[in-house]
Design a protein around this ligand. Structure first.
Ligand code: CTP
Length: 398
């Protein structure tokens, strides 16, 4: 699979570093050559000697090594491979990468490279879930850095949750995916809606909802990774625009529909946005709170249903239209009903009741419902849900 590929492995200082010894062996079994760099902290977990013995080459650790620099400068080193893999990518290394620091050889190599970079995050679950780490992750992804894992499970610190480094076969599959991406959706145009819509009450106030846009943005990125041309129509979110995708920013449901319609024709539509069902007859001037006055009554207006409208687009109808069903009870029954009512081909159903914590979280447990079947997927990272869905879409269109 990776025959003749040159992998540069940067091992950072986390307990998962021990898995890198096996990673080096398995990469070499696949025919890849592996060069390694250890951070100072990584040397506390694995020794340069074992890394060198397994990779059968020098191990780089020192930014200012005269010997290494005279053989190959760190700039050349960062570019002489087909891919840079950072595993485990600790919270510290991710933060340094996001900030563009070059405080040691490992971070300098990542900053100096012109090759694709894949990170395999691994850390304690609280560190992974921390807003700082999540913001760094979003920054790195927006720069086109590839990410594999982390997985959920028991951790070395006796806690349970997301933060375990991806397993060696997953990292190898991810390296292969980066080096030989399957462009199974090349030539297709996909429209993806994402995020919330906001409906103005007056020039300063609005009604919105809790959608973070994480799932919709991840789907747009996953379809683009398969070679589709993607138009992402998104309500306001805190997320960076995904790389390789045309993002159209909108606010209201009516603007979202108009943006989708002007992006037609499309082969694929995925409506992942949490669209407000009702708009408001907005006041032209800021509503004033008069002393002793009664609160204003908001007059709601019915918003267009974007999913239903695009599903019924006549001769222009996309080949595959996928909707989401966010439900808090009777998930499958409501989702099946929604599929036939809205006329879409598939519905991705998820439980958004408060106890699931789906809104804003990184994981999602969904069911893929078509006319013929209902498939339940395990709880997955939203990026993994997106990749699976993109795989299914590619199969259906092939
Ligand atoms: N949707 C849409 N336009 C709307 C409302 C919803 O395109 N005006 C899409 C969503 O993007 C999603 C699907 O329809 O793909 C279902 O959204 P959901 O909020 O679950 O359903 P609703 O139609 O709002 O029905 P209800 O709130 O009654 O469950």
């Amino acid at each position: 699979m990776l025959n003749g590929k040159k992998v540069f492995l940067i091992i950072a200082g986390g307990i998962a570093a021990y898995k890198c010894l096996d990673l080096i062996r398995r990469l070499r079994e696949q025919g890849a050559s592996v060069r390694c760099c250890l951070t100072e902290n990584a040397k506390e977990f694995v020794t340069p000697l074992s890394v060198s013995a397994l990779s059968q080459g020098p191990v780089y650790t020192d930014q200012f090594s005269l010997k290494d620099e005279s053989e190959m400068s760190h700039i050349e080193l960062s570019r002489a491979s087909d891919i840079l893999v950072v595993a485990p990518a600790t919270a510290d290394v991710m933060a340094k990468m996001a900030a563009g620091l070059a405080d040691q050889l490992a971070t300098t190599l990542v900053l100096a490279t012109d090759k694709p970079v894949l990170i395999a995050p691994a850390m304690n679950l609280r560190m992974w879930l921390h807003a700082a780490t999540q913001a760094n992750l979003a920054t790195l992804m927006a720069r086109g850095i590839h990410v594999v894992g982390p997985n959920e499970g028991p951790m070395a610190c006796n806690e349970f949750g997301p933060g375990r480094m991806a397993e060696v076969p997953e990292i190898i599959a991810a390296i292969d995916g980066v080096l030989s991406p399957v462009q199974s959706l090349a030539g297709c145009h996909a429209i993806v809606t994402s995020g919330p819509t906001v409906e103005p009450i007056d020039p300063v106030r609005f009604i919105a909802n809790r959608s973070s846009g994480k799932q919709g943005h991840a789907i747009a990125a996953a379809l683009a990774a398969k070679g589709a041309r993607v138009t992402l129509v998104s309500g306001p979110t805190a997320l960076p625009d995904p790389v390789g995708v045309t993002t159209v920013s909108v606010e209201t449901a009516c603007e979202m529909l108009a943006a989708c319609q002007s992006a037609l024709p499309a082969d694929i539509v995925v409506c992942a946005a949490a669209v407000a069902d009702w708009g408001i007859k907005a006041a032209e001037q800021k509503l004033k709170k008069r002393p002793g006055g009664t609160p204003p009554v908001l007059e709601l207006t019915l918003n267009p249903d974007i999913l239903a409208t695009l599903s019924a687009a006549g001769p222009n109808r996309p080949r595959l239209v996928v909707g989401f069903a966010a439900e808090t009870e009777d998930l499958i029954a409501h989702a099946r009903d929604k599929r036939s009512r809205k006329g879409c081909d598939w519905i991705v159903a998820n439980d958004v009741s408060a106890e699931t914590g789906t809104f804003g979280s990184d994981t999602n447990q969904v069911h893929l419902i078509s006319a013929e079947a209902c498939e339940s997927w395990p709880s997955l990272d939203k990026r993994a849900v997106a990749t699976r869905l993109a795989d299914r879409i590619a199969e259906a269109l092939s």
